[in-house]
Design a protein around this ligand. Structure first.
Ligand SMILES: *Cc1c(COP(=O)(O)O)cnc(C)c1O
Length: 472
């Protein structure tokens, strides 16, 4: 394809993408504004081809990475011994924390044959991915009524096989910070590691605290915290592909590394999961931290916290809606006992808004960032209209988000006896008749915890990742 044809094709393909530049996306994208992002992009392009696999070939990248890790360690009150690595994202950081814990236990708790990590049900699925990949057992503990990790139940879940506890700052689903200080005491008392998942909160909580928001301690200032994950590609506003995994000591980090000495190609050492590591993402993360700087992050955190507060107040003032729990930072979920919240979601999708749908309890999820300071009123007015419409039992059409696509393909994939049974189960509930997605979600609820649902999602992923996948 020549340049013009290629670019035209790309433009046409982008047409249906979420309009995040207008602040319509309450997830997935973090944008620091045109001016700030221009420089960060320039730096990314400067290192478009460089590979951080071998840092001796590109000492500049080694230095960028060391400084990004250093800045994060400072932000989280690390000691002189605190160190870490850059990774491709929160998932890789979490994978590394779990793998490191497993190796640490092999050395320090050799009697353990089947290592366990105790984790609140609100913790990110990346932990379960890590358990799945690394043969570690995840012991899931229900959250308390405030949706925070439950200290007593966590205590009860600890066995002689436990190697690590996990807390989130904050959790993604409900935006609440787990009782990390209590977990820190507990971890020390039991002689186990404690990982704090600050993937989403890492680059906003410290600034929100500086601005006077009451943010509970969650970092290395607590003695029991042994590792922290924090994503520079979220509230650090860097290019995608940048996260930090930090360890209290270099001794602990050693368990993260992988070395193979018998390869015919030479001695091979690699710090993280990936082999080739994109230079652009590393350089751009450094550029974001250095160019935005303390003042810039404070300014954006202020705008974000103000937008969150206004959105929260707006939601609380709409009859029938309620905020789930008491979110501490810039993420919030809201649901309803009166209207079908997924039907409300369908209406908002029609207006171009993009966000997550959640279960336990049914809710819509917003990750607020600096860009949303410009859309608070527009969003609240669309939300008010959506609730009114849904209260009047108006049917709505369905959009194309991942989740909606998933439930739409439910019908096609389910063996027909199962589908029929589900229809019987759900048809008695008048709530389910309002909207297509809403009805489908009702069925998903009925399926949750069964092997069927896992199979459906696997089939959906298979479809989604094939060339034939059709939108809509
Ligand atoms: C985003 C997120 C992750 C995973 O990060 P990715 O960059 O998507 O891999 C982990 N934990 C929390 C709390 C998150 O918000």
């Amino acid at each position: 394809m020549n340049r013009d044809a290629l670019l035209a094709e790309i433009e046409s393909r982008r047409h249906k993408d979420t309009q995040w530049r207008d602040g319509k996306a309450f997830c997935l994208v973090y944008y620091p504004g045109d001016e700030r992002s221009k420089l960060i992009k320039e730096v990314y392009n400067m290192f478009f081809s460089e590979n951080a696999l071998n840092p001796t070939a590109f000492p500049s990248l080694r230095k960028f990475e060391a400084e990004v890790v250093g800045m994060a360690a400072d932000l989280f009150h690390g000691t002189e011994e605190t160190t870490g690595s850059m990774t491709s994202g929160g998932t890789e950081s979490i994978l590394m924390a779990v793998k490191t814990a497993r190796e640490w236990a092999k050395k320090n708790k050799p009697h353990i044959k089947s290592p366990e990590v105790v984790i609140p049900e609100s913790a990110h699925p990346a932990f379960h991915k890590a358990f799945h990949y690394f043969g570690v057992k995840g012991v899931v503990v229900p959250v308390g009524e405030d949706y925070r990790a439950d200290l007593e139940k966590t205590k009860e879940a600890i066995t002689e096989n436990t190697i690590m506890l996990v807390g989130s700052a904050p959790s993604y689903p409900h935006g609440v910070i787990d009782p990390i200080e209590e977990f820190s005491f507990l971890a020390r008392e039991k002689g186990v590691l404690l990982h704090v998942d600050a993937c989403i909160g890492g680059f906003i909580l410290p600034f929100a605290r500086k601005l006077g928001h009451p943010i509970l301690p969650f970092d290395f200032s607590l003695e029991g915290v042994t590792s922290i994950s924090a994503d520079v590609h979220k509230y650090g506003y860097a290019a995608k592909g940048a996260s930090v995994i930090l360890y209290r000591t270099a001794e602990l980090r050693k368990h993260q590394f992988f070395v193979y000495t018998d390869w015919s190609g030479g001695i091979y050492g690699s710090p993280t999961m990936t082999g080739t590591r994109p230079g652009g993402a590393i350089a751009a993360a450094w550029a974001a931290l250095k160019s935005i700087g303390m003042d810039g992050y404070l300014e954006m955190a202020d705008a974000t916290m103000k937008a969150t507060k206004a959105i929260r107040a707006g939601i609380e003032s709409i009859p029938g809606l309620k905020i789930i729990g008491d979110p501490n930072a810039s993420l919030l979920a809201f649901g309803s006992d009166e209207v079908d919240i997924f039907a409300v979601g369908d209406e908002l999708n029609l207006k171009g808004w993009h966000f997550d749908r959640q279960q336990k309890p049914a809710s819509l999820h917003l990750t607020v960032s600096q860009i949303h300071q410009h859309v608070v009123e527009e969003f609240l007015s669309d939300l008010t209209a959506a609730v009114e419409k849904v209260s009047k039992f108006r049917l709505s059409s369905v959009s194309t988000s991942f989740q909606v696509g998933m439930v739409k393909s439910l019908q096609k994939m389910l063996p027909s006896p199962v589908f029929q049974k589900l229809q019987e189960v759900t048809s008695g509930k008048p709530k389910m008749k309002k909207g297509k997605t809403a009805a489908m979600y009702g069925m998903m609820g009925a399926l949750a915890g069964t092997g069927d649902l896992q199979q459906i999602v696997l089939n959906f992923l298979d479809q989604l990742n094939s060339l034939e996948f059709k939108e809509g």
